[in-house]
Design a protein around this ligand. Structure first.
Ligand SMILES: [Zn+2]
Length: 274
């Protein structure tokens, strides 16, 4: 996206929308409130294609729609009398701006950063290439960049991100496949197929036909968490739901498995988080 870095530098990370007229028959716009209590605000979460997570808050005293980029997603606060969908539509109308500015709200990929368990990220500046070029190697992910660009430029970060995803996928395939097979034979499970995907909200899944999908970000986690997810999905080959039967079966293969439910919430399926 040409010029994205300059826009990022010069623009505030929150935008305000033109005032929303209260519907006829309502008591009118609320008076400008001085209270800025942000707790207990009613809200709804949405997953929007091309943007990601959008949280819409109803905020007393708001006379306009306000959009803010926060770590983990987009926040829109709206007046209490407007429907949640108006906040959602506002976020959609600002998609271009959001995509150009969002990288600032997630951590920049850094030189030397660990990518999974076996690779590091290396930026090589000053190379004659149109924008950025990448390669996934045995121990590193290399990003060569044009001398006019900085490693923090959106176009370079985007190229680096895509290369890191490729690296994580190949590592997941190499490390997690044998581990899943080992755990399956240790505990007498079988499955039909195994695939690796980049997922935003789930670590893994298993359908009724015993097809297992694992999140590529799993390889960033400690091995005890990885084993928990693998055993969780293997257990689903026999018990599909999450009822008492499921947890009893899980306890037989991993005593105290429930404690990992909380541990897993502390981890995020995203680059740069472990
Ligand atoms: Zn499950």
């Amino acid at each position: 996206m040409p010029g994205a870095s300059t826009i990022r530098g010069a623009t505030s990370r929150s935008v305000k929308f033109t005032p929303y007229e209260p519907p006829p028959g309502s008591s009118g716009a609320p008076k400008a409130a001085s209270a800025t209590v942000t707790t207990n605000m009613p809200f709804k979460d949405f997953q929007v294609d091309g943007i990601g997570r959008v949280t819409v808050y109803k905020r007393r005293g708001n006379r306009s729609l306000r959009l803010t980029l926060a770590p983990g997603g987009v926040r829109v606060s709206i007046p209490t009398w407007t429907p949640y969908v108006s906040g959602l539509n506002f976020a959609r109308s600002k998609q271009q701006w959001i995509v150009a500015n969002l990288p600032l709200s997630s951590p920049l990929l850094q030189n030397g950063q660990a990518i999974g368990k076996t690779r590091r990220l290396t930026f090589v500046p000053g190379v004659d290439t149109p924008k950025a070029k990448t390669s996934v190697r045995k121990n590193e992910v290399v990003v060569w960049l044009n001398p006019r660009l900085a490693f923090s430029d959106a176009v370079v970060q985007h190229a680096a991100e895509q290369a890191c995803y490729r690296a994580l996928k190949s590592e997941a395939l190499q490390l997690l496949t044998p581990r899943l097979n080992q755990l399956a034979s240790m505990h007498g499970f079988s499955y039909r197929s195994l695939n690796f995907k980049r997922m935003k909200t789930r670590w893994g899944s298993c359908d009724s036909r015993q097809n297992i999908v694992l999140n590529i970000f799993l390889v960033q986690l400690p091995w005890d968490c990885i084993d928990y997810v693998l055993l969780h999905e293997l257990t689903h080959t026999q018990v599909l739901h999450h009822g008492p039967d499921f947890w009893a079966a899980m306890d037989r293969v991993l005593p105290g498995a429930r404690k990992f439910k909380r541990t897993m919430h502390a981890h995020q399926p995203a680059l740069g988080y472990a």
